[in-house]
Design a protein around this ligand. Structure first.
Ligand code: ZN
Length: 114
């Protein structure tokens, strides 16, 4: 593994995350409108909920989707240590680059330049 590989993975991580989070942020922005429309269609089927409760559930689902997307993209894109198999995160990539070692097990991850 090289420093360039880690930097490339970091760049890809932020770009993919940005495009995945756009629809979720848009839904978060329109949460009240979606909740009111959903409440009306549910009451047409005989299910009476307050739109505020539906709004709260949508909010919770959106936040869960966001966290799941962040962790899934991290696992998919970021490189991991060969010895302990733990994936690096954007937060500890700086430690990996500066020390050339895995922040979890301490094994050398980036080879020294000859
Ligand atoms: Zn390790």
């Amino acid at each position: 593994m090289t420093v360039a590989m880690i930097n490339k993975a970091l760049r890809k991580y932020w770009i993919v995350l940005f495009f995945v989070l756009i629809p979720l942020l848009y839904a978060l922005n329109k949460n009240v409108v979606i909740a009111k429309a959903l409440t009306e269609s549910l009451s047409a089927h005989g299910l009476d909920f307050s739109w505020r409760i539906v709004n709260l559930w949508l909010l919770g689902a959106n936040i869960i989707f966001m966290l799941a997307a962040i962790f899934a993209i991290q696992r998919k894109i970021m490189p991991s240590c060969q010895s302990c198999k733990k994936g690096f995160t954007p937060n500890n990539c700086g430690v990996v680059i500066a020390t050339k070692n895995c922040p979890y097990c301490g094994e050398k991850v980036i080879a020294d330049n000859p």
